[in-house]
Design a protein around this ligand. Structure first.
Ligand SMILES: Cc1ncc(C[n+]2csc(CCOP(=O)(O)OP(=O)(O)O)c2C)c(N)n1
Ligand SMILES: [Mg+2]
Length: 277
């Protein structure tokens, strides 16, 4: 495991929790489950930075599960797209551009999202455009597993295969929970790998909270030619503190003072353990 990244993941989680506290609410469970995926993309995998954000040859990322925006804003801040402490101070405050779903007036945000099911179809369009223009751009889109109940996801999946979009990589944050409970109770998807394969996609499964596993998965996706790739990334919703892990009630929740203290204590302890590993 990349030790430096693991240590950082605790700092980033603490920043994300502080942002949620400042804004008076946020999608904390999905923020915590996707943290390693976003960090691996922005710190290692993608060709994107404040310096090349307007270069058409850059890589593109869409947070289709737009509700889990706080960890995304945290990473863009750390990456230098804007001042993170300013974003934390103003998150969800009246008049702020840092609203509770991705807002494309913010540097680094490609698309407004939050209405689930729209990210993959738009990513397909971006990937087709890159191919038509012969640009080297790769397109990444992160979806929730609950989001896969949206029909438009599967129209995008059909199109990705139809246009042989091997410059497109979808990631599913497979945390087994959505807003109202377990995904299998709300809309069954136990044969998810077969579904994507039947739609003509290259399917990779990995531990989505493990940097080494993600690095390997992204490298395989990059090397695969002829089809788009989906990475089904197994994650833990609320990862980082036992009081929120795998609990549907933490999908959208503002920690009270006691919970906040406990979460920060758990994250500090996790960081300490990562340093001493
Ligand atoms: C079209 C649409 N319907 C409903 C919602 C309300 N909603 C917000 S988050 C969510 C659950 C999403 O679950 P999942 O995709 O698994 O996300 P994660 O577990 O990663 O937070 C729902 C139904 C929405 N944002 N968009
Ligand atoms: Mg989910």
């Amino acid at each position: 495991m990349d030790k430096e990244m693991k240590v950082l993941s605790y700092d980033y989680r603490m920043d994300t929790v502080r942002m949620i506290m400042s804004g008076g609410g946020g999608h904390i469970g999905g923020d915590m489950s996707e943290m390693e995926i976003l960090m691996q993309l922005y710190l290692k995998e993608m060709n994107i930075s404040p310096e090349n954000q307007n270069d058409p040859n850059r890589d593109y990322f869409i947070l289709s599960k737009g509700h889990a925006v706080e960890s995304f804003y945290t990473i863009l801040g750390h990456k230098g797209f804007y001042d993170l402490e300013d974003a934390i101070a103003r998150f969800s405050h009246f008049g702020s551009e840092f609203i509770g779903h991705p807002n494309n007036v913010i540097p680094g945000v490609e698309m407004n999202s939050g209405s689930l099911g729209h990210g993959l179809p738009v990513a397909v369009g971006l990937a087709i455009a890159a191919k038509m223009d012969k640009r080297p751009s790769r397109v990444y889109v992160l979806m929730g597993d609950g989001e896969l109940a949206e029909g438009s996801v599967w129209e995008g999946a059909m199109s990705g295969h139809n246009y042989n979009l091997d410059n497109l990589c979808a990631i599913v944050d497979r945390n087994h929970l959505q807003i109202s409970g377990n995904t299998e109770n709300v809309m069954k998807q136990d044969d998810q790998e077969k579904r994507w394969a039947a739609f003509g996609w290259n399917v990779i499964k990995c531990d989505g909270n493990d940097f080494d596993a993600l690095e390997d998965a992204f490298a395989k996706a990059r090397a695969h030619k002829g089809d788009p790739t989906v990475i089904i990334a197994d994650t833990i919703k609320g990862k980082g503190s036992p009081i929120m892990e795998n609990k549907a009630g933490w999908h959208h929740h503002l920690p009270n003072a006691e919970e906040y203290e406990q979460i920060m204590k758990d994250l500090e302890a996790g960081k300490e353990a990562a340093i001493n590993e």
